[in-house]
Design a protein around this ligand. Structure first.
Ligand code: PTJ
Length: 249
């Protein structure tokens, strides 16, 4: 563990804390070096969005919560960046909606898989999937194709944070509902998502959990009405407008 202290009074405290967590993730064998580059890309978009949850992202997070509550078998996919940034928040969302957690890596090694599973357990996860890898996502020839057949393989709804576009497209072709968290509204993952959530994963996950708790007593009809009212295209357009400095809606 690095021992750098970041004063809470620093104007970019959250951003610096996030960087620090990713750096530690690399040091602890959780995050890949490429994860540092992904973090930099994300930061640039977050800066343009004003480092806040814009209203259209808040709505998408509520819609995602409704999908998760209605799902038969929801799974939250975990990579090395998300594991380093917000392990507890993932465990809390999984508990709030009854989802499985599954580690799925682009740069997959046995060591990183084990390190991430242990890290999630240290943050309260009971069962973590991904090590069995007895299933395949058709049409993908990299390591992200490897899934547990009783996890992502048989999920109807998958939360996909910070992803490269290939797997997002392939999961869509399998007919799965994809709830994609990605700060870049122009990325292939966001564009192919059932619900694109253009927000930082560190804000998106706790807000999805809050919405899930709020919606816990809602009927199937109420949840379906929330889903039906959502327009993914409009959410992406609202995020692009916010990035360009236009109206925030
Ligand atoms: O841990 P692994 O081996 O599975 O590798 C994971 C990475 C992230 C390295 C891999 O998936 C990758 O290369 O991703 P990309 O193609 O760089 O895409 C990452 C996307 O996530 C980009 O569109 C970023 O803008 C976005 N992003 C980065 N940080 C965040 C983010 N979105 C939300 N919250 C963030 N904190």
């Amino acid at each position: 563990m690095s021992d750098i202290e970041i004063p809470e009074s620093h104007p970019r405290y959250q951003s610096l804390l996030t960087r620090h967590r990713i750096e530690e993730g690399v040091e602890n064998g959780i995050t890949s070096k490429q994860g540092l580059i992904a973090q930099g890309r994300g930061e640039a978009f977050d800066y343009l969005l004003g480092e806040r949850t814009i209203p259209s992202a808040d709505e998408a997070e509520r819609v995602a919560a409704a999908y998760l509550l209605l799902a038969d078998h929801p799974v939250i996919s975990v990579n090395g960046n998300v594991a380093a940034l917000c392990p507890e928040e993932m465990v809390e969302l999984a508990e709030a909606v009854g989802a499985d957690l599954e580690v799925n890596l682009f740069n997959r090694t046995d060591e990183r898989m084990e390190a991430i599973v242990s890290h999630l357990r240290e943050h309260g996860a009971e069962e973590v999937k991904g090590l069995t890898a007895d299933g395949r996502i058709p049409g993908l020839d990299h390591e992200r194709a490897k899934v547990d057949s009783d996890g992502i393989g048989s999920a109807d709804v998958v939360v996909v944070p910070l992803e490269d576009g290939d797997r997002a497209e392939a999961l869509g072709e399998m007919g799965k509902t994809e709830l994609v968290i990605d700060l870049n509204p122009m990325s292939r993952s966001a564009q192919t998502a059932t619900v694109p959530i253009v927000d930082n994963v560190i804000r998106a996950l706790p807000n999805m959990t809050k919405h899930a708790r709020d919606l816990n007593g809602a009927s199937r009809e109420e949840l379906e009405a929330i889903i039906d009212a959502f327009d993914a295209e409009a959410a992406l357009e609202a995020a692009e407008r916010a990035i360009r400095g236009g109206d925030i809606d």
